[in-house]
Design a protein around this ligand. Sequence first.
Ligand code: CA
Length: 228
Amino acid sequence: MNEKILVIEDEEKISGIVKSYLEQEGFTATVAPTGGEALEMFKRGYDLIILDLMLPDMEGETVCNEIRHSSDVPIIMLTAKSSEDERVRGLGLGADDYVVKPFSPRELVARVKAHLRRGQRKEDRILSFNKGLLAINIPSMEVRSGKEVITLTKTEFNILLYLAQRPRTVITRLQIIHKVMGYEFEGYDRVIDAHIKNIRRKIEKNPQEPMFITTIYGVGYKFIGKPD
Ligand code: CA
């Protein structure tokens, strides 16, 4: 396999450590020390990008934005900015995750693996849960409960798929807004709640006691279906 990872970081000490940890795990890691070089190199095709926000020639946010114009490659941001606002901004720009400096290289590698696994899961054509009680056919965008076809709107389908691809992971309303609705979407949390309510009405036997999407009060939602 040898997945290719682009490490965009100007501090040689950090990029060196990250590169060697990734290589120990069997990845091919390439370092780009500036945003300009990164944007050139990125066109060669990588499976995942690690992006430092503080670069000498341009803001990491700009690099992220540029990459997102043409690619949905997973991006993990390295950031010294740990305030909530900065994180949200990074995720809003289309990063998939962020790691706050100083970070443990082991932790970073674990995140890299998790994101690559998620990417592979996207390739699965049908996600099936609870012995077929919920089956999501990705290419045809069809959802079934047993033999019964369930009609979801495109947004409902995308929200359900996003959650189902991240089982047992708490997903915030903000994540759903950014990742599913698109970050230009100027919606409110309540809009997401309304969509979830509709999805539950369609896929849950008893929406009061959901088998698939559970509410994590004050935070968001979690997909709890058991994969077949
Ligand atoms: Ca830096």
